[in-house]
Design a protein around this ligand. Structure first.
Ligand code: ATP
Length: 360
């Protein structure tokens, strides 16, 4: 069992003009599935490539199980990586593809055969060993790529958007398979995705990355219910969180369409945590409720309703912003209705406009 620890890792390109990863700290614990999620270009692949040894950081250290590996080549690290494009060798059979890594490391024939057959059985591809990659479906190719990665019996397993070429149904199946595989292998694994729903459904913990930095690392529920920045609150959750741009004067919160008083016990720490008087209040769609006009925090009109099976999304305009509430599908609300909107305040989040959360 091995953990991986990144300390102050930095990677720049083009003589320092592109900062791909900006002094990040990240600890991937023994046996955990950590999902690295963030928008395109935020540095996810570069982080993975540094862990794998395919890139050398400009600064910082990487340790596996307490041993520094920062400058070791990939072959000397006990790491296996699965990429987005499966990168199977087209001229080799499935068996040969899976055996290749061990052969290159000089393993004997018997060991290779034993390991390949074990991996093929684990991935349920034992009947495909004589086929060539072009004779396989996308899902089968992905299983072979995973099988090839586990043949090496890695201490750390890296998966970089391995499901993005698969259709939605197969993705869902493979997500579960990867989770089961990771638990069975009982290794530290990092799974990269830009899809926040995939991250929420798979990760023991989620690391949210933005512009080369790690914004927050926490279990999925904590990331959702206690985001530590505007970025994390906005990136995680579908439909997205609603932001109300307000000002704080004394104990009074003012917004274009409402104002209310905060208790001293909230207003004081809030004022102390803000740089100026501006504050952004984040409220998840399920924490907005629909009531009669005059009964909520503010009144508005229902613009659109989108049915979602057991729930429906109610779209409304608040000032110049479109907001969304999620209500049960049997809630008595129709497009064009004049409504009041109430707020479940204990679940609201107060952010500084510059990003950090000010109050829990
Ligand atoms: P995506 O989800 O689109 O794959 P990512 O989060 O994996 O994105 P990276 O591929 O790590 O992001 O890229 C981070 C930044 O570093 C981007 O601005 C990218 O253009 C830049 N970058 C990555 N590799 C190189 C390279 N070899 N040379 C120059 N710039 C690079």
């Amino acid at each position: 069992m091995v953990d991986a620890k990144l300390t102050d890792v930095r990677k720049t390109f083009n003589d320092g003009q592109v900062v791909a990863i900006d002094d990040i700290d990240l600890h991937i614990e023994d046996g955990e599935l950590l999902v690295l999620v963030g928008p395109s270009g935020c540095g996810k692949s570069t982080t993975m490539r540094c862990i794998a040894g395919l890139e050398t950081p400009n600064g910082g250290t990487i340790e596996f199980g307490g041993h520094e590996v920062t400058n070791l080549p990939p072959k000397d690290r006990e790491v296996s990586m699965v990429f987005q494009n499966y990168a199977l060798y087209p001229s080799m059979t499935v068996y040969e593809n899976m055996a290749f890594g061990l052969k290159m490391r000089g393993a004997d024939r018997e060991t290779i055969d034993e390991q390949v057959r074990w991996a093929a059985e684990t991935m349920e591809i034992g009947d495909l060993l004589d086929r060539y990659p072009t004779q396989l479906s996308g899902g089968q190719q992905q299983r072979v790529a995973l099988g090839r990665a586990i043949v090496r019996d890695p201490a750390i397993f890296l998966l970089d958007e391995p499901l993005s070429n698969l259709d939605a149904k197969l993705r869902a199946v493979m997500r579960t398979e990867i989770q089961e595989l990771q638990q069975e292998l009982d290794v530290a694994a990092v799974f990269v995705t830009h899809d926040q729903e995939e991250a929420m459904s798979m990760g023991d913990r989620i690391a949210v990355m933005n512009a080369g930095r790690i914004e927050q690392v926490a279990p999925p529920e904590e990331i959702y219910h206690d985001p530590n920045s505007l970025f994390v609150a906005d990136f995680i959750g579908s439909p997205a969180i609603n932001f109300f741009e307000c000002s704080l004067t004394g104990t009074t919160i003012d917004h274009d369409v409402f104002s209310f008083d905060l208790p001293d016990s909230i207003a004081e720490p809030l004022a102390a945590g803000l740089d100026g008087d501006q504050v952004v209040i984040g409220i998840r769609p399920e924490d907005l409720g629909i009531t009669d006009p005059g009964q909520g925090l503010f009144d508005t009109r229902v613009e659109v309703i989108e049915p979602m099976g057991d729930r429906k999304i109610v779209y409304m305009d608040v000032g110049d912003r479109r907001m969304e509430a999620v209500v049960p599908s049997n809630a008595a609300v129709e497009e064009g209705d004049d409504i009041g909107v109430s707020v479940n305040w204990p679940n609201s989040h107060f952010f500084s406009p510059s990003g950090p959360k000010v109050l829990k």
